[in-house]
Design a protein around this ligand. Structure first.
Ligand code: ZN
Ligand code: CA
Length: 378
């Protein structure tokens, strides 16, 4: 097999072009159209789902398929997200000494356009050189930054992949995320009864007292090595002469072990409900699974593929847990095995965001090596 060398100039051009297209959540249409044009030119089959309607945005998720040119290899996907954490309509890009950054007045949008450009460039090289590969899908999502909404809305009937790779964490390139917590949020409304605090307090039910009673008995903070819980806010009450009729409490629980999240949320729920009952009030509790956690090992196929690809390239990268979520949490929970892979973006969600051109190129190398490893998994 001939060695393919990456043309840094056109890779930088692709990356900076993607960054230059403003694409905050729910406004990804322009960048989706650009990427569609790019992939159409390479002959991929393009499908959109109906995510725009579901998330209230102007763009759908894009599902692009490159049919296999060999038989028997697993079908894989690569994923990145179109949206950036905030708008950057007046982006000024500075390319200097192997670093791509902004003038410091906005984000760059490398999260996740570094991941996306690595995937797109690798596909371009595969097609141009007719490299051997199994079926490759690109699952390119909208609205990742606002609660993984695009991935949640993804139409799975358009997906036909055995496993995949989500390019959405920072260097070292090829870092694999092995573990993320399951994260629940709770909104608790405790409802008592108003009464004049001086004239007839016995006719009232004080929601603040109800909350205090429940929270004072609650296990909070660090529960164990892998579990935490927090009461983040409490709001309620108007005046000292009114028995407080209602408070709203926001709380959360996280654990690397989903059973422990469930247990912690059940514990908190039970204490709020008991207090409400004891005081003759009401507890209305909404629980939202922010994201589902996962644990991966070297035995999982996507992790194996990344590790072998790194080895083939003579590169090393750590496997590590993280405290946050990504589209991979949603994909795994929805039955699409995958792992998050480190790409080039650094200092994300800040105006100091930057990438090293070398890391961008390494991400393309890694993608090509993953494709090659998977082609040999026959
Ligand atoms: Zn991201
Ligand atoms: Ca982000």
């Amino acid at each position: 097999m001939t060695e393919i060398s990456i043309q840094n100039d056109r890779l930088v051009d692709l990356f900076t072009t993607l960054c230059s297209i403003n694409s905050p959540p729910r406004q990804e249409r322009a960048v989706v159209e650009y990427v569609k044009g790019f992939l159409r030119g390479l002959g991929l089959e393009l499908r959109e789902d109906n995510a725009a309607e579901i998330v209230g945005g102007d763009a759908n998720n894009l599902i692009a398929t490159l049919p296999a040119n060999i038989t028997g290899a697993p079908k894989i996907f690569f994923s990145a997200h179109f949206d950036t954490v905030e708008p950057n309509p007046n982006l000024k890009i500075i390319v200097q000494d192997g670093v791509i950054k902004t003038d410091g007045t906005s984000i760059l949008g490398a999260d996740d356009k570094a991941g996306m450009s690595a995937i797109l460039e690798a596909v371009r090289i595969v097609v141009e050189n007719n490299l051997p590969h199994g079926q490759i899908q690109l699952l390119l999502t909208v609205c990742e930054e606002i609660g993984l909404q695009g991935a949640r809305a993804l139409d799975l009937s358009l997906v036909d992949s055995d496993f995949g790779f989500v390019y959405d964490t920072g260097p070292p390139v090829g870092t694999v995320i092995t573990q993320t917590p399951t994260h629940d949020t709770m909104r608790v409304r405790l409802i008592g009864k108003p009464a004049h605090a001086g004239v007839e307090p016995e006719k009232g039910i004080n929601a603040i007292q109800m909350a205090a009673h429940a929270i004072s008995q609650m296990k909070l903070g660090r529960i164990d090595a892998e579990t935490t819980a927090n009461i983040g806010s409490i709001h309620g009450g108007q005046a000292t002469n009114v028995v407080c009729p209602e408070v709203v409490i926001m709380a959360e629980a996280r654990s690397l072990n989903p059973d422990k999240v469930n247990a912690q949320v059940a514990h908190m729920t039970q204490l709020f409900e008991q207090a409400a009952q004891q005081f003759g009030g009401q507890a209305m509790i909404e629980i939202d699974r922010h994201y589902e956690g996962y644990t991966l090992t070297e035995n999982d196929l996507p992790v194996q593929a990344v590790r072998r690809a790194l080895h083939r390239l003579g590169m090393d990268a750590p496997m590590r847990p993280t405290g946050g979520g990504s589209d991979a949490n949603v994909f795994i929970a929805r039955g699409l095995p995958c792992c998050v892979v480190g790409t080039a973006h650094q200092k994300i969600h800040t105006h100091e965001e930057f990438v090293l051109i070398d890391d961008l190129a390494k991400s393309v190398d890694l993608t090509l090596a993953i494709i090659r490893e998977v082609a040999e998994m026959r």
